[in-house]
Write a protein that binds this ligand. Structure first.
Ligand SMILES: NC(=O)c1ccc[n+]([C@@H]2O[C@H](COP(=O)([O-])OP(=O)(O)OC[C@H]3O[C@@H](n4cnc5c(N)ncnc54)[C@H](OP(=O)(O)O)[C@@H]3O)[C@@H](O)[C@H]2O)c1
Length: 339
């Protein structure tokens, strides 16, 4: 350790693999550079992208630089600031969602403390707890990119949301309901179906037991106005059959695996279907957009439109267990690491 460095605990991986490639180690943190802050994390968000980063092979084009610390989302308290930082001071409560560039670059949230560029930080209002911020910023910005940029449901329309009790989708369910649309959810268990219903789903289909295409057709006739699909490989092709003519299929995730390539002519055959695939990093790339979109989302939480469900918290040393739980699809809502 050199002058000004501080030793903190962090999760590190040296190579891609199963959850147990993650190890809790001591790392040296340098003091913040001129435009950076030293942030003490109080709550760290767990996201499926952390699993993809740890497993490797999903993102492209170049291999990730090792060793790396996973994690793209956290809240905390500013401990010190670089000489050129004017927006923040020690003691400020802040959160962040991603660094500059794609989410598989510049990870590092699974740590007690982290150096963060000041322009990536979002001030937290008094009514938003650190835990709520860390549990909802990345998932909330993903929901915003879908609901506000790709398909905004109109009053009376019907939206199909897969794995409706999961992290991003539980926010989507509530947001879509608030806009006056009907929500059909799918869920992997009866317990998850209850959670989805309690958050606004009008109907829930147990999609591991029932043919969801037939159920959707039974409920809607010619199909839903849009599908929001974070499950990917197992649901995508069938979801194409759930959309009404000129409707939209938004695939935002791949919890079951990568969606196979599609032939554009299939979109014509399926009723002039539009397909979209967002990447939340584009919504939050510019600092003003990041802060404006987060402020809007925090307002929705403040108004009670969106409730944040934190189903379980873990310690930093439990990182292996939290990844096992996510991979087994055990969680509903959000999971947090409390360092
Ligand atoms: N496009 C973007 O910018 C963006 C941003 C954020 C997240 N995402 C992606 O969106 C997806 C959902 O993220 P999330 O945070 O909502 O995930 P999550 O809370 O971990 O939930 C994933 C859910 O998917 C279902 N699932 C189906 N097959 C699965 C499998 N083989 N393994 C694990 N779960 C499976 C499970 O629900 P059931 O038991 O109900 O089936 C599970 O609860 C992920 O692929 C994530 O990478 C994309």
């Amino acid at each position: 350790m050199t002058d000004g460095e501080e030793m903190v605990k962090a999760i590190r991986i040296e190579k891609h693999g199963d959850p147990d490639v993650m190890q809790l180690v001591d790392i040296d943190l340098p003091p913040p550079g001129p435009n950076e802050v030293l942030l003490r994390h109080t709550a760290i968000g767990v996201n499926f992208s952390d699993i993809n980063v740890r497993r490797g092979g999903f993102y492209y084009p170049e291999p990730m630089k090792m060793p790396l610390t996973p994690g793209n989302e956290a809240a905390g308290v500013v401990e010190s600031v670089g000489a050129a930082v004017t927006d923040f001071k020690p003691g400020d409560r802040v959160g962040y969602v991603g660094m500059h560039g794609p989410f598989y670059h510049f990870t590092g949230a699974y740590a007690e403390k982290r150096i963060v560029p000041a322009d990536r930080l979002v001030p937290l209002p008094d009514n938003i707890t650190d835990r709520h911020a860390a549990a909802s910023m990345l998932k909330g910005m993903t929901a915003a990119s879908i609901v506000e940029h790709l398909y905004t449901p109109k009053k009376g329309e019907t939206i199909l949301i897969h794995a409706a009790a999961a992290g991003v989708s539980l926010l989507l369910v509530q947001w879509v309901k608030h806009l006056g649309a009907n929500v059909i959810g799918t869920a992997g268990s009866r317990e998850k179906a209850e959670v989805a219903k309690a958050h606004g789903c009008d109907h829930v289909i147990l999609y591991r037991e029932t043919d969801f295409v037939a159920e959707v057709k039974k409920l809607t006739g010619e199909g839903v106005d849009a599908v929001y699909d974070g499950v990917g490989k197992d649901t995508f092709k069938k979801s194409m059959d759930c959309v009404r003519p000129f409707g939209k299929l938004v695939n935002y995730g791949n919890a079951s695996g990568h969606v196979p390539p599609i032939d554009l002519l299939d979109c014509a055959a399926k009723g002039s279907l539009s397909v979209a695939r967002p990447a939340v990093s584009f919504l939050v790339a510019k600092t003003e957009n990041l802060r404006r979109n987060c402020a809007h989302f925090f307002d929705l939480i403040g108004q009670g439109v969106v409730k944040i469900k934190i189903s379980k918290t873990y310690r930093l040393e439990d990182a292996v267990q939290v990844h096992r739980d996510v991979e087994a699809g055990r969680a509903t809502g959000s999971l947090l690491i409390i360092p």
